[in-house]
Design a protein around this ligand. Structure first.
Ligand code: GCU
Length: 597
């Protein structure tokens, strides 16, 4: 046991202060599905300070009081109600110039009042997203830490909440080689509580999670799994009602869970007919009732040889990639921004979006359900991850689980992507094949893919991960990073994969308004020529099941410094203003118009 000197002062001498905050973990195991529930918003005005040295956690601000036990006022290094105001949700980098590149800790705080609505009720504190890690304190207690910038987390605060409460959140936006993603990415590292925060009141026994979908083998059978969290042993029954289908199915709960197969001829969901049904789940254990109302669609997504089948019919995915990056809001988004993205996709005659490279806001899949847009959703196992590090794997698997648990009731989601552009090493193969297994364990009803790199020397689509995928995603930039465009044709002719292939990135940079010859880099003319050549080549390849050019909008990127980029990646089909189209947009529009599904 290390000898502790008498003058040891924890707030300044404590090297391993962080270990106090490693438990409890807020992760997929304790995640309650809040979809379809009444949410009380805690978004709005909070107090904020940039905490570059992590002083809040080093000194334990959460437990400090202005008046000590002897009744004397003591000096504190924080002053909650004098810290600057910040709006939650927001990306702190864009709220003022001094924070543009800030990647340290940010400390948020606010008060809230609470009075229980029913005896024995549970109160859940729910975050839709905080980048990158968040340590949450309530009324002088540590209530947990979450890792992962783009997935939800929540925690039962019933035993700590009072009538008057103070919440403190220390958000760590530092990049690290052992996280998902690691410290080098081709997008901007926005920080903060950038998605909504809610309180959710739950009865003493409640529905923790549910998953309702079509049996992939029989489109007239609905499969339902339900999970209960209960103070006493979980028993009782759940009713699933879909009135439009005349369904009122009773499910017996045993050891906290129940399942059912329900015969129901129904209208399938598709881009042409995004049919959604009102669904009610009500749980009753004799002493309390919990109910959830949601809207869900039913579809199957499968493969057959080199084809992707939606509801048993071959489909070509006419898509485009999007980042969660907005010129003035950063990673924070909103319903109108999402709806405009979908309008831009539909103007391009598209039916599909690759939400790169991390889980997007939960409203995206909900709005895509309504609008009939198919989605590829992805976790940021991006480029060079620490594939031989167990903690890194745990982070990846947890983010994948949180994403799938959040969105698996959304009809629009067809593909779970477990990564992007990773070198084909043994440790990566082991890491990502485990992620593929985890995705299928949580959701056998969807396809698993990843954006893979081609073997450029052999000009071959070849990746050992492919055997663990349902669909092979390929990123290629012939005509841009590799100027020899003829290689694309050779690559496609040399390859004959046994599974569907999606070209999930291609394109090139163009600064809006910069014109020149078709061979001049950074011009709209060169970008347009690349798109024309790519499409000409795709049309000759029988096994491409869909395309998503990189990318719909120019986006912020702190790796891009030449005079045309100026801190942005300019591969957008539309400028970062999300309004002005480049000529390549119309090349894609014309191509997708000619594709018959
Ligand atoms: C890569 C990567 C993207 C990146 C793009 C580019 O394929 O997946 O995240 O932005 O290429 O180089 O522009």
């Amino acid at each position: 046991m290390k000898e502790i000197p008498e003058n040891f002062t924890p707030g300044i001498h404590n090297y391993d202060y962080e270990k106090e905050y490693l438990q409890p973990r807020l992760n997929a195991e304790n995640l309650v599905n809040v979809s379809g529930r009444k949410l009380e918003s805690l978004s709005g005005k909070w107090r904020f300070c940039a905490d570059l040295y992590d002083t809040c956690r080093r000194q334990g601000w959460f437990r400090q009081e202005r008046i000590n036990l002897e009744g004397c006022e003591v000096p504190l290094d924080f002053d909650w109600e004098s810290h600057e105001e910040i709006i939650v949700p927001s990306s702190w980098n864009l709220i003022k110039p001094q924070l543009y590149y800030f990647e340290g800790f940010g400390v948020y705080t606010r008060t809230f009042k609470y009075s229980p609505q029913e005896k024995g009720e549970h109160l859940l504190l729910h975050f839709e997203g905080a980048a990158y890690s968040a340590t949450v304190f309530l009324n002088g207690k540590i209530i947990g830490t979450h890792d992962g910038a783009s997935t939800p987390f929540n925690v039962d605060i019933t035993d700590i909440v009072k009538s008057d409460n103070r919440i403190i959140v220390s958000v760590d936006a530092r990049r690290s080689p052992f996280r998902i993603p690691m410290e080098n990415t081709d997008w901007f590292n926005y920080g903060g509580i950038y998605r909504d925060v809610y309180l959710v009141s739950l009865p003493p026994a409640y529905i923790k999670d549910w998953f309702v979908r079509l049996d992939p083998k029989n489109t007239s059978v609905i499969l339902a799994d339900v999970y209960i969290t209960d103070d006493v042993e979980a028993y009782g029954k759940i009713f699933i009602e879909i009135n439009e289908l005349g369904i009122r199915q009773e499910i017996q709960i045993l050891d906290g869970r129940g399942e059912a197969k329900i015969n129901a001829p129904l209208e399938l969901w598709s881009p042409e007919n995004p049919k959604l049904y009102d669904i009610n789940l009500s749980y009753n254990n004799g002493s309390c009732v919990d109910s959830i109302k949601d809207r869900i669609g039913f579809k199957t997504i499968t493969t057959k040889g080199q084809d992707i089948l939606l509801n048993g019919k071959k489909i070509f995915l006419k898509g485009v990639c999007v980042h969660e990056d907005h010129f003035t809001l950063g990673k924070t988004t909103g319903e109108e921004i999402i709806r405009q993205t979908i309008r831009d996709l539909k103007e391009m005659n598209g039916n599909y979006l690759r939400l790169a490279h991390y889980p997007h806001d939960p409203r995206f899949a909900r709005i895509a359900d309504e609008e009939g847009v198919l989605l590829w959703e992805e976790i940021p196992v991006y480029w060079a991850i620490a594939f031989d590090n167990q903690e890194t794997y745990d982070d990846a698997e947890n983010q994948l689980s949180e994403l799938i648990l959040r969105d698996r009731n959304r009809a629009s989601v067809i593909i779970w992507s477990i990564g992007n552009e990773n070198a084909d090493t043994d440790s990566r193969l082991s890491f990502m094949s485990s992620l593929a297994r985890k995705a299928r364990e949580l959701d056998p009803s969807r396809l698993v893919s990843a954006a893979c790199l081609v073997k450029h020397e052999k000009l071959l689509i070849e990746d050992r991960l492919a055997e663990h995928l349902d669909v092979i995603g390929i990123n290629e930039y012939y005509g841009w990073y590799d100027p020899d465009f003829d290689k694309l044709q050779k690559l496609l002719e040399n390859s004959n994969p046994a599974k569907p292939v999606l070209i999930c990135e291609f394109g090139g940079d163009a600064r809006l308004g910069h014109h020149g010859t078709e061979t001049e880099l950074w011009t709209e003319d060169k970008q347009k020529r690349i798109y024309e050549q790519q499409i000409e080549t795709f049309k000759k390849c029988p096994y491409i099941a869909g395309t998503t050019p990189w990318i719909l909008y120019d986006f912020r990127c702190p790796r891009r410094f030449n005079r045309y980029q100026e801190g942005f990646n300019r591969k957008g089909l539309i400028d970062a203003d999300r309004i002005t189209r480049k000529p390549s947009f119309y090349v894609m529009q014309e191509f997708y118009k000619t594709v018959n599904n």
